[in-house]
Design a protein around this ligand. Structure first.
Ligand SMILES: *[C@@H]1O[C@H](CO)[C@@H](O)[C@H](O)[C@H]1NC(C)=O
Ligand SMILES: *[C@@H]1O[C@H](CO)[C@@H](O)[C@H](O)[C@H]1NC(C)=O
Ligand SMILES: *[C@@H]1O[C@H](CO)[C@@H](O)[C@H](O)[C@H]1NC(C)=O
Ligand SMILES: *[C@@H]1O[C@H](CO)[C@@H](O)[C@H](O)[C@H]1NC(C)=O
Length: 386
């Protein structure tokens, strides 16, 4: 309330945090091309996660594994022909790579998307922070080398381990000024120590398994207030963050299509030494406020738990659908039902977003060209769980 009043009174420097990020709408298109729905009113997003490039590069299976991951991406991109690709964290297994060439793995991560000239952006995972690489280094490398296709930014959040927080607008047509959709990206931090990246203690400012509670909730609130003020609406939102919010633990036992190999507890945000701290809740509460009970947060999608590829929604998640990515890489651990690698796909349509309560179709798309687990996320999806 106070924030809102201050913003209305003066858009500049009204919030103490304003110095750490622009006090204007941070995601308005700059150098990158404005993203739009196609002539049929469709916009398709393919989300890959947990690629884990760079494992075992000194032995034959390492490079072979990475080549396999590139084939997974190529097959799924050719089958789905998306308008946008999201790399939802754990792009690289940071504890297995050398610092001197760690960011070079990003060329392999992005190659199938780049050769197809598909715009993209990234979130970063616990394995993207190590003694050999950090989220900030990956973000800067992506911006320096892929500026014509990448929309990844760093608007707010602690550097270098938790700075990948930003949003990207998608417009109905090139002449629109108010976006039809906002894709939000958040940085759930965390760190993996190991060899050959180097052994050593986890740096004190890296040992957090949740989106920074000190800067990001205020950023979300400020941007939401600005959207409402400038556009007279807060557009429907797709949210991507690598480590799932703790509410996923509550939804996991509900029956939902998709894999349940790897139920998340305690591999969710907010845990420290297997004890739940509740420190992911400021971020979660800011997402609930973004939704505002209007059903406009279409999905909050995470990777991290490779054997999970479901979507669920209940009162316990304030009606926000929580989705899992599955597993898009040959790197990282596999579970019984995550052997065939996949991506999560969102099929957005302007007419689905224009209803009183917007809905979105989502499904899993596999390297073997199978598609399954399609659901429509919206008010009709799933039973209530108090
Ligand atoms: C690469 O993929 C092939 C075909 O799926 C598989 O047989 C092989 O084991 C994979 N190699 C590695 C290192 O994962
Ligand atoms: C990084 O260097 C190691 C050691 O020389 C090498 O095995 C690996 O292929 C290199 N990785 C990249 C992505 O260039
Ligand atoms: C977590 O556990 C580690 C290892 O047992 C210990 O060194 C550290 O102090 C613990 N941290 C907290 C916040 O309890
Ligand atoms: C492809 O993999 C999926 C997921 O494991 C499986 O359900 C489907 O039967 C497979 N399709 C083919 C044609 O093998």
């Amino acid at each position: 309330m106070i924030l809102s009043a201050l913003l209305l009174a003066s858009s500049a420097a009204a919030v103490p945090l304003a110095r750490s990020f622009s006090s204007t709408l941070a995601g308005l298109p700059g150098g990158t091309k404005k993203l739009t729905f196609d002539a049929h009113g469709d916009f398709k997003v393919v989300s890959f996660s947990d690629m884990h490039f760079g494992e075992g590069e000194e032995v034959t299976w390492g490079p072979e594994q990475d080549r396999n991951t590139s084939i997974v991406h190529a097959n799924i991109l050719d089958n789905e022909k998306p308008d946008y690709v999201v790399f939802n964290g754990d792009l690289v297994t940071g504890e297995n790579v050398f610092a001197f060439n760690a960011t070079k793995y990003l060329d392999q991560v992005f190659a199938p998307t780049v050769v197809r000239a598909i715009p993209f952006s990234s979130t970063h995972g616990n394995h993207d922070n190590s003694l050999a690489i950090t989220h900030q280094e990956e973000i800067e490398y992506e911006q320096a080398h892929y500026s014509s296709l990448s929309h990844t930014r760093s608007d707010v959040g602690p550097k270098p381990y938790g700075s990948g927080n930003y949003w990207v607008p998608v417009y109905a047509t090139t002449t629109d000024c108010v976006p039809a959709l906002i894709m939000w990206f958040f940085d759930s931090r965390s760190f993996v120590s190991g060899h050959p990246g180097g052994t050593g203690p986890t740096p004190p400012d890296a040992n957090f398994y949740w989106v920074d509670e000190k800067t990001v909730p205020q950023y979300i609130t400020q941007q939401r207030e600005l959207m409402d003020r400038v556009w007279k609406t807060v557009p429907p939102a797709l949210v991507f963050v690598h480590i799932p919010v703790q509410k996923a633990d509550i939804l996991a036992p509900l029956p939902s299509v998709g894999n349940h190999d790897d139920e998340p507890d305690p591999a969710t945000q907010g845990f420290l030494n297997d004890t739940y701290t509740g420190l992911d809740l400021p971020f979660w509460d800011a997402l609930v406020a973004l939704d505002g009970g209007r059903g406009t947060v279409l999905a909050v999608t995470s990777g991290h738990d490779h054997g999970e590829s479901w979507c669920a929604r209940a009162r316990a998640s304030a009606g926000l659908p929580i989705c899992f990515n599955g597993h898009s890489g040959y790197g990282g651990y596999v579970t019984t039902h995550s052997m065939v690698r996949n991506a999560r796909v969102f099929g957005l349509a302007l007419h689905d977003l224009a209803g009183r309560v917007p809905v979105v179709r989502t499904w899993n798309s596999y390297e073997n060209s199978t598609v399954n687990d399609e659901v429509v996320l919206g008010p009709e999806y799933m039973v209530p769980l108090a």
